[in-house]
Design a protein around this ligand. Structure first.
Ligand SMILES: [Zn+2]
Length: 84
């Protein structure tokens, strides 16, 4: 049975997780048997498949780009409103 693309349930006890990446905010692991990906953030673990992981990455990348563009817009407005 294929896993749903997104769930917050705990990994199955039988899953053998190996770490793919670890940072300050989260650790990403993948099961060596079923391939499910687990993202651990503090007390929360999100399980998803590889396709959903790729989609999540694209969404987060777009969000980071948008926040940077918004910061640039705010900086531009402040420089216009407060000439030095
Ligand atoms: Zn597994």
């Amino acid at each position: 049975m294929k896993n749903p693309p997104f769930t917050t349930t705990k990994p199955r006890a039988a899953c053998r997780l190996r770490t793919l990446a670890a940072g300050h905010i989260c650790v990403v692991q993948q099961c060596e048997d079923c391939g499910c990906v687990s993202i651990h953030m503090g007390p929360t673990t999100v399980r998803l498949d590889e396709g959903a992981l790729a989609s999540l990455t694209e969404t987060l990348t777009a969000a980071v780009r948008a926040t940077r563009e918004a910061a640039d817009d705010i900086a531009s407005l402040r420089s216009v409103q407060q000439p030095s």
